[in-house]
Design a protein around this ligand. Structure first.
Ligand code: PXP
Length: 261
């Protein structure tokens, strides 16, 4: 079991670029946000270069490669265009994610089982370029086993279902498909499976300052990639404080778990 005090925090700065693109201005600058995140203690900067360039654009990826002093994690779809950019930019880490043009944000994990051969081809080329590789998948033991068979270093488990699930307080109108405890249990089980297969386990999507606590308490999660809630808080309290408060939440979640072991 990893003996870390707190999991690593990857700060996703996509939504700083979303604000910039909304007006076609040069600001706010995601590169500045990334620098502030690092000063506040972030362990990694995460960006998603989407096919439609709706937030992060190519220039951001190249400039961040020059400025990020921690670790640059490039999320991208498995396409020829993105592979070409990744090989050119050489991020420290590449996370392959599914991408649909019309979705608001990444909606589900990769189907590794159905796309095994194509993903194997991309992973091989990315590893040749020197990048750590990660696959963003649902917390499903079969997808995790298929990922391990492909020799990937990291699996990032999609926490969206957990984050959207009903809690005892939110289920008043009964229109939620999932239950929070069931989803948390699924994350726990999946994280154990991933660890037992020798994978580094990360989590991401939809996490905020409250719902992250129970996930941070799961000792197998070594890394969290969090964007929207941090950028949303940064608008009100400033970027460094927003990042520091998320680091504190990760620490609090992990400490609570150690206290109950
Ligand atoms: N991890 C992955 C793979 C993602 O696609 C996203 C969303 O871009 C995130 C983490 C961050 O999600 P959120 O913005 O909801 O924190």
């Amino acid at each position: 079991m990893p003996s870390i005090i707190r999991p690593r925090l990857g700060v996703n700065v996509d939504h700083v670029a979303t604000i910039r693109q909304a007006r076609g201005t040069q600001y706010p600058e995601p590169v500045a946000a990334a620098a502030l995140a690092e000063l506040a203690g972030a362990d990694q900067i995460t960006i998603h270069l989407r096919e439609d360039r709706r937030h992060i654009v190519d220039r951001d990826v190249y400039v961040l490669r020059q400025t990020v002093g921690t670790r640059l994690n490039l999320e991208m779809a498995a396409t020829e265009e993105m592979l070409h950019i990744a090989i050119d930019v050489q991020p420290d880490m590449v996370t392959l994610v599914p991408e649909k043009r019309e979705e608001q944000t990444t909606e589900g994990g990769l189907d590794v089982i159905a796309n095994r051969e194509r993903l194997a081809e991309y992973l091989e080329k990315l590893e040749e370029s020197g990048a750590y590789t990660s696959l963003f998948i649902d917390p499903d033991p079969e997808q995790i086993s298929a990922s391990a068979e492909l020799g990937v270093h990291i699996v990032e488990l999609h926490t969206g279902d957990y984050c959207e699930a009903a809690t005892p307080f939110s289920n008043m109108n009964g229109d939620y498909e999932y239950d929070r405890d069931v989803e948390l249990q699924r994350l726990r089980r999946s994280a154990r499976v991933a660890e037992s297969l020798g994978l580094t386990v990360a989590a991401g999507h939809g996490l905020d300052y409250k719902n992250v606590l129970d996930v941070a308490a799961i000792p197998q999660f070594e890394e969290f990639n969090i964007g929207h809630s941090i950028v949303a808080r940064a608008v009100l309290v400033g970027f460094e404080r927003a990042v520091q408060e998320m680091i504190q939440a990760l620490e609090a979640g992990r400490r609570a778990a150690i206290g109950t072991l």
